[in-house]
Structures are given as C-alpha cells and as structure tokens.
Write a protein that binds this ligand. Structure first.
Ligand SMILES: Nc1ncnc2c1ncn2[C@@H]1O[C@H](COP(=O)(O)OP(=O)(O)OP(=O)(O)O)[C@@H](O)[C@H]1O
Ligand SMILES: [Mg+2]
Length: 479
C-alpha cells in the first residue's frame, strides 16, 4: 500500500515536470520564430524531456518524442511558410531514434533489475526460512550476519551477535581442532567437511552441532570471509545415547541369558549324574544282593535246608522293600510337585509324611498362610527348599525331630526349618565348592524371587534355616 501511494505521488510529479518541459518547448519554439524571428529553433533543449520520458515510461515515453518532432515540423511549416529545412526532418527523426534507444536500454535495465531482485528474494527466503543455522564471518572470526534459525539456537539478537567472534561462541576444548580444520581444510580446499562441535548459548548452556564451512573470496581469489551451515544435533544425540543404552542393556541380557542357559545345562548334567549314582548305588547294590541271596537260596534248597532258605527269602524281601522305598523317595524328589492341582499345603504334607514313613524322624509341620495369595513361582521355591532341607537332614543330621513352619508376616512369607541333629560348621559352605550344591541352590532359589535365605548351625547344636520371601500377587508382577 505504502509503495503504491509513493509510486502514485511520484508519477504525478513526473507528469507535472513533463508538462513544464513541454510547455517550455512550445514557448521556445514560439520565442525563436516569432520574437527573435530566426528560422531555427533551439532544439537541444528538447532532448531533456525526450530522454526523461523514455527513462520513466519506456516505450510509452516515445509519445513525447513524437509530439516534439511534430511540433518542430508543423511550426517550421506554419511560421516560415517556405520550404521546410531538410535538417528539421532530420532532427525530428533523431528525436524518435534517441527516444527509442533510451526506452529500449532502460527496459533492459529494468528487466535485469527485476530478475536480480527476484533471485535475491529467493535466496533471502531460503536464508530466513532455513531450519539450519547460516552464519557469516570475516577471516578473523568476527561475526557479520546470521539467519534467524542460528540466532534462535544461540539466544542472541542480531545486534548482540554482531559484537561477537565465533571463538567466543565455542567452548575452549574445540578451539584447537577448529583452527586445524580451518588451516588444513577450509583454507586449502575452500570448504571443510562436516564436523561435530559445540556452541555456547547466551544463557551459558552448551549444545552439540554439526557444521560445514565455505570460504568467500574476492575477484582476485583472496579469502575475505567465511559462511557456514550449522545444525543443532542435541535431539539426535539424545536418540543416539538412548540407542547406545538399549544396546548395552541388550548385551547384558544376552550375557545373562547365556549364563542362564549354561547354568541350566550344568544343572541338567548334575541331575543326570545324581540319577546315575542312585541307579548305580541303589539298583546295582540291590541286584548284586538279590543275586547272591538267590544263589544262597538255590544252594540251601539243593541241600534240602528249607528253613535256611526261608530265612534268606525273608531277609531278601526286607532288602527289596527298603530299596523300593528309597527308589520311591528318589522318584518323588525328582518329580515336580503338582502344586497347581493339590496346593502347597497338601503337597508338602504328603511329601513329608512319605519321607518320614521310612525313617526314624518326627516332623512337626505347621502352615499359617493363605495359600491363594502365594504365587505359583513362590510356592515352588518353598516346596523345593523344604525338599532340599529335608534331604540334608536325612543325609547328614542324624536328627530325631524336625520342625517345618510356614507363616505370613505382613506381605512376606516366613519359612523356618529346624532339626535337632548333629549340626555342622557353616564355614564349610562359604568356600563356593561345586561338591555341595544343596545349600547354595536353596539360597539361589530364594533370591530368584527376591527373597532372603539364612542358615545357622554349629556342631552338636542342630541346624536352623530361615527363609523370607516377598509375596507380590501375580497380576502385580506386570505392573
Ligand atoms: N541339617 C544338617 N545337619 C548337619 N549337617 C548339614 C545339614 N545340612 C547341611 N549339612 C552339612 O553341610 C554340607 C553342605 O550341604 P549341601 O546341601 O550344600 O551339600 P551336600 O548335601 O553335601 O551335597 P548336595 O549337593 O547333594 O546337597 C553337607 O555336606 C553337610 O556336611
Ligand atoms: Mg544337600
């Protein structure tokens, strides 16, 4: 709007000026012919409005030249009534030619100006709307200009920015590297590769960025300044960091799963070893015993000593019964408990009574928990710990009494197993040997469900095991 108003006013001035010039030309013609009575008009003056009109109105301005040419011809005919001097025609033609040349040249200049303005506007738009920062500096590093994106990254106004050097915007640790890049790349080739650095914002915080620099040279090829494109990569860095973290977590869990599968394999191997030892010890010994008993019976029958044969048969039956009981217990130990079906109390009670049937051991079992609140994985851990503790009592303790107590305390389950056997020096289990896996296994099982395991014993003092397991209802495990 402002531009249009201004142009309208300018146009009025031009028309006024032109009218004055044309009036001047008419007066001059009159003055030369009538007042001075000369046969010639001072036409040099005419060139001023002719050139001005062509400059201002281009081809339309030719109208002024045509008007003045006509004025010259007609007035020379009218006032002199003689033969029009040939040079008046020539001068009239010159008016038109000069007007045409000036109009054409000024049209071309206007076109060139327009395309220059357009391309300048295009680049300015690009410069201003770019999301990347664009900055200019002289060869000393004094900052000359920057687009809005770079000013926004830094938090400076353009006035503040122009008072700084690019070294002031860069943390000290990057100065040497940047000076090297300037010397070896930018100055040598005219541009640098993209590189990473940091910038200091107005508020003193630092952000990471990538930058690429180009030299600006004068006509002689002498460097007179630099310009650069800068990209803020804080967000990209954060994403990269996150990816790195996840990769590390992945590596750790891969290692853990490798250890875990390794451990499972070694446990399987141990179990196989136990099974083969049991088969060898129990079944093998039994087979040998039975075969020698059968031989003895055969001999006794041959000798017709039936009484002795009967005695041997009774003895063999006892051996066989004991062996069957031991095999049953082993099978019960190996079989996973049907906790889902029968529940923890029933499974435990059944297991303990099965074992005690064959032994001279009294077990006092009590359970005061709401088994519905015990997640399955916790129930299995409790069952296995009781099983392993009982194994130890049977194997090592030579105890007469054993107490198994299971109760809730807040949102925890406490398990206490106590025997009045011979006890042992707990120092022997801290060595981490692979021979004694039972106690270590109990501790690992308790810890696998975030519980704690504690064993207390001394020679002649019996053994106490105390396990505390947190109860998190299963649906909460996923929260
Ligand atoms: N209730 C107990 N009474 C007496 N000694 C015990 C008792 N429990 C464990 N011990 C002693 O602690 C040792 C370690 O027991 P642990 O259960 O870890 O291994 P282990 O029973 O020898 O072998 P396994 O790996 O077959 O269980 C036993 O060898 C035994 O000497
Ligand atoms: Mg054991």
């Amino acid at each position: 709007m402002m531009g249009m108003k201004f142009e309208g006013r300018e146009e009025k001035h031009r028309i006024t000026v032109m009218a004055i010039f044309l009036a001047g030309a008419c007066f001059l013609t009159y003055y030369c012919y009538v007042v001075l009575g000369t046969g010639r008009v001072f036409t040099h003056f005419f060139y001023i409005p002719i050139i001005l009109a062509s400059l201002w109105w281009k081809r339309k301005g030719l109208g002024v030249a045509v008007f003045l040419a006509a004025l010259l011809i007609f007035s020379s005919i009218f006032f002199r009534a003689e033969v029009v001097a040939a040079n008046d025609y020539l001068r009239a033609i010159m008016f038109i030619v000069i007007a045409f040349v000036v109009a054409t040249l000024s049209e071309q200049i206007a076109k060139a100006e327009e395309s220059l303005r357009e391309s300048e506007e295009k680049y300015r738009n690009l410069y201003e709307s770019s999301k990347d920062g664009i900055a200019f500096s002289d060869m000393q590093g004094n900052l000359l200009d920057a687009n809005q994106a770079f000013l926004d990254m830094l938090g400076y106004t353009i006035e503040e920015y122009k008072k700084l050097t690019y070294q002031q915007l860069t943390p000290k640790k990057w100065h040497k590297m940047e000076a090297d890049i300037l010397k070896n790349h930018t100055m040598a080739r005219g541009y640098s590769d993209e590189y990473k650095k940091e910038y200091i914002k107005k508020d003193g915080t630092v952000f990471p960025a990538t930058i690429r620099i180009w030299l600006i040279k004068d006509k002689q090829g002498k460097p007179i300044g630099m310009w650069a494109i800068i990209r803020d990569i804080a967000e990209r860095k954060q994403v990269e960091e996150k990816i790195k973290q996840y990769q590390q977590i992945l590596e750790v869990s891969e290692r853990a799963s490798w250890h875990f599968s390794h451990r499972i394999l070694s446990i399987r191997e141990e179990e196989k070893k136990i099974l083969s030892t049991i088969l060898h010890d129990e079944v093998g010994t039994l087979a040998v015993a039975l075969s020698s008993s059968l031989n003895a019976i055969e001999e006794e029958i041959k000798d017709n000593n039936l009484k002795a044969a009967l005695r041997t048969i009774v003895k063999s039956k006892t051996v066989l019964r004991k062996a069957i009981q031991r095999l049953k217990k082993t099978a019960a130990d190996l079989r996973p408990p049907d906790l889902d079906i029968v529940g923890l109390p029933v499974a435990l009670r059944e297991y303990l009574s099965n074992v005690t049937k064959q032994l001279d051991l009294k077990i006092n079992f009590s359970m005061e928990i709401d088994e519905k609140k015990v997640p399955n994985n916790v129930a299995i851990v409790l069952y296995r710990i009781v099983q392993e503790a009982l194994n130890n009592v049977v194997k090592h303790a030579n105890a007469r009494n054993m107490k198994v107590r299971l109760y809730s305390l807040g949102n925890k389950i406490e398990l206490i197993i106590r025997d009045d056997g011979k006890g042992f020096d707990t120092g022997i289990i801290s060595g981490g040997t692979t021979i004694h896996m039972g106690i270590r296994g109990m501790r690992e099982m308790a810890e696998s469900v975030d519980g704690r395991f504690h064993i207390k014993s001394a020679p002649g003092k019996g053994t106490d095991i105390h396990v505390t397991l947190p109860v998190i209802e299963e649906h909460k495990l996923w929260v």
